[in-house]
Structure formats: structure tokens, C-alpha cells
Design a protein around this ligand. Structure first.
Ligand SMILES: [Zn+2]
Length: 298
């Protein structure tokens, strides 16, 4: 599969990392100062496509000095161990809360298998990382030279370890899953709330916090740079999140969450290629399970 690369601005590019075997679901970003960083890795199965994309952008794996991760989920950090092996000079950054899971991935793999269900085999594996490759990212202010600085912003809600990164020079913002997903190829904009650690109140605070930040452009991990105004995209995603939350909560309150009906409401279309429909339905069903678990425990 030949996958796309693209330009965000004079120091940020992106590549399609082929997440879950389809185009348009997972992006890895390349940030160039005097030093080079990538943001997000995709899964371990994405590593060959990340390296191919970097080659298209004229970068060798040994050029990468920093691997910056938004959170520990396998579609974001799963490839870190595999890529770090081929990027011997790269430090890896993640919230300190979940750094232990990249050193000993056994618990994370078991948790991911439960959360992902049928999607789990498509997430590859986790190669353990040596602890001296890993750095806590919650206070990160990564100066890459040439006035390119990435500032970590704590954005919990999707997960307790979630960090996003603001490029101080351009106002570009690496969202991770902090506000949901925006999949232009599939005309889908919506929440992603996997079990077991979402938090609706923290999520609302994250939406509020991000609406106050000087963000000029949203760079989604799923997928790519948003074309529309960042504040309007965040507001739309907040509305979709609220709608989704209320649908699931109403189901929990009457003792029956109608997954098929909620899926139809969120998806809005049957007109998707099979590989994309499989991923999107999988994400939405996983989100319904995460949200159901959350309200059942309240
Ligand atoms: Zn994700």
C-alpha cells in the first residue's frame, strides 16, 4: 500500500502510518528543528510504513532524536519499542504514569486485549523499551533548535496519561485523542472513549481548556491536519461527545444500551469501504463499551 505524506508548515510534515491496514486512520508527524522529532508511532505493525514515509520525506531512522507520544494506547505508542530499536539516538517521551507499561508491556497487552476485542490482533505487539530511553513528558518543553519548541499540555479525559503538544512557533497542536477523531477521508467526526479509564468530567474540562489556548491548527492522530478553524472543530467535537454521552447514559439508566442504534446514529452512513467500516464500527463499539462502563460505575 502506497501511503500519503503531506506538509503542515515549514517545519512540520506528516505521514500516513497505515494504522489497522487502511489509509486515512493513523498519522505520524515529523517535526524539524536542528534536531528531528516524530510525534506518535502507530502500532508496531505500522513501523515499516512509518520508516517508508520518513524515507519519502528524506529522513533516515538514525536522524530521529526524539519520539514524542501522546498516551500509551497501542495505536499511538505501540510502535515505540520497534522504532526505537531502529532509531538508536532517539529519546522516547510519555507521561510518567504509563512509562512502566513500555518497559514491561505485559499488563498493557492484557488490558488492550480486553478493551479492543476483535480489533486487538490488528494492533501488533509491544516491544519492551529500556528504561534509559524513556523520559517523563508531563513537563516537557522540547527545544528542537531553530526556534522550534514543543510544549506538553495535559489533556486527560480520553485517558489519565493523555498529553497533547503545542508547537509554540506556529500554534499547531498535536491533539492525540484529546478531543476525539476527525477522519476527513471517511467524513467522520466523533468521540473515542475506550474502556477502562475515560472520565467525562475531565474530558469536559479538556474541551474548555483547549478552547482558551492559542491553537492555530489541529493536528489529529486520526487523521492529519484539520482544514477547518480549530475552535469550531473543538466545539463540534464537544457537541458530538455530549450527544454520545447522553445516548449511552440513557441506555444505562433503563438497563439496555442499544449498541446497534447508537452505532447507526454516530456513523450516519453505510457508504464506507469494508476495511474502513470495520475500523470505524470497531472504534464506535469500543467507545460505547467504555462509556457504558463509565456510567455503570457512577
Ligand atoms: Zn487513538
Amino acid at each position: 500500500m502506497k501511503l500519503a505524506t503531506g506538509v503542515v508548515n515549514d517545519h512540520i510534515s506528516y505521514l500516513d502510518n497505515g494504522l489497522l491496514g487502511a489509509a486515512g486512520f493513523g498519522s505520524t508527524y515529523l517535526v524539524r528543528g536542528t534536531e528531528l522529532a516524530i510525534v506518535e508511532t502507530g502500532t508496531s505493525l505500522c513501523a515499516p510504513d512509518v520508516l517508508a514515509g520518513l524515507a519519502q520525506l528524506g529522513v533516515r531512522p538514525t536522524d530521529i532524536r526524539h519520539i514524542v507520544l501522546t498516551h500509551v494506547h497501542m495505536d499511538h505508542a505501540g510502535g515505540a519499542g520497534t522504532l526505537a530499536r531502529q532509531m538508536p539516538d532517539a529519546n522516547v517521551y510519555l507521561h510518567s504514569l504509563t512509562i512502566p507499561h513500555l518497559i514491561d508491556p505485559s499488563k498493557l497487552l492484557a488490558s488492550a486485549a480486553r478493551a479492543l476485542g476483535a480489533l486487538f490482533p490488528a494492533h501488533g505487539t509491544l516491544e519492551p523499551l529500556a528504561s534509559d530511553r524513556l523520559y517523563p513528558a508531563e513537563e516537557l518543553r522540547l527545544d528542537l533548535g531553530h526556534d522550534v519548541v514543543l510544549q506538553a499540555i495535559y489533556t486527560p479525559g480520553h485517558s489519565p496519561d493523555h498529553l497533547s503538544y503545542l508547537d509554540l512557533a506556529s500554534g499547531a497542536f498535536f491533539t492525540g485523542d484529546a478531543v476525539g477523531v476527525d477522519l476527513p477521508v471517511y467524513r467522520y467526526l466523533g468521540p473515542v472513549t475506550p474502556p477502562p479509564a475515560i472520565d467525562v468530567d475531565l474530558q469536559q474540562r479538556t474541551f474548555e481548556q483547549l478552547l482558551e489556548l492559542p491553537i492555530k491548527q489541529l493536528l489529529f492522530s486520526h487523521f492529519g491536519p484539520a482544514q477547518a478553524d480549530p475552535h469550531s472543530v473543538i466545539e463540534q467535537l464537544r457537541d458530538r461527545y455530549t450527544q454520545f454521552t447522553q445516548l449511552v447514559r440513557a441506555g444505562v439508566e433503563v438497563g439496555h444500551v442499544d449498541e446497534a442504534a447508537i452505532l447507526r446514529t454516530m456513523l450516519k452512513t453505510d457508504d464506507l469501504p469494508d476495511d474502513a467500516a470495520w475500523v470505524l464500527a470497531g472504534w464506535i463499539n469500543m467507545s460505547i463499551r467504555g462509556m457504558t462502563r463509565y456510567w455503570s460505575k457512577q
